[in-house]
Design a protein around this ligand. Structure first.
Ligand code: FES
Length: 166
């Protein structure tokens, strides 16, 4: 008779996120522990952690994503510029190359790494093993095999508030 598992397993990144670590802190921690020199490549894009200034649920693990970003706040103002992104809890929000906002899960479907938007390639890159995702969430380059979760973004008419749901 087979034994049924009685515990829930989560990957390392999900566990660290549950402790409240930001994407930047996760990246730093991973870089320290990584021994494969070809598995980590620094990304020139500058991300910001805006988890502390979002209003609403930013964590996919605690229910439906539903939060608001005030783009007039210093932590979020960079999102008014194409190519910039912020990490908001478990979500990365980017103002993409064509000026549209994309919100995507900040947990790589390969092994849970963070994602960074790159305007030059118009994609999201995972620094852990170099996986790439298109802005529609589909896999652009392995090792990931599964598409990322996308969330709906709605910009207010005055362009000062961004709503993310899904
Ligand atoms: S965790 Fe391996 S490519 Fe993202």
């Amino acid at each position: 008779m087979a034994h049924q598992p009685t515990t829930t397993s989560i990957n390392r990144a999900a566990f660290l996120r549950s402790l409240g670590m930001s994407a930047a802190a996760l990246s730093a921690l991973y870089f320290q522990g990584c021994t494969k020199s070809d598995s980590v490549v620094a990304d020139p894009t500058d991300g910001t952690d805006s988890a502390g200034v979002a209003v609403g649920n930013t964590n996919p693990g605690t229910g439906k994503i539903d939060f608001t970003l005030d783009l007039t706040r210093p932590e979020n103002a960079k999102l008014k510029t194409a190519g910039q992104f912020v990490t908001v809890g478990g979500v990365v929000v980017a103002n993409t190359k064509n000026g549209t906002y994309v919100a995507i899960s900040n947990e790589c479907t390969h092994d849970g790494g963070p994602l960074w938007y790159r305007i030059s390639q118009d994609d999201f890159r995972c620094p852990w093993h170099g996986g790439l995702f298109n802005t529609d969430g589909s896999v652009k380059m392995a090792p990931p095999r599964t598409a990322e979760q996308l969330y709906k973004t709605t910009l207010s008419t005055d362009k000062n508030t961004l709503y993310v749901t899904g």
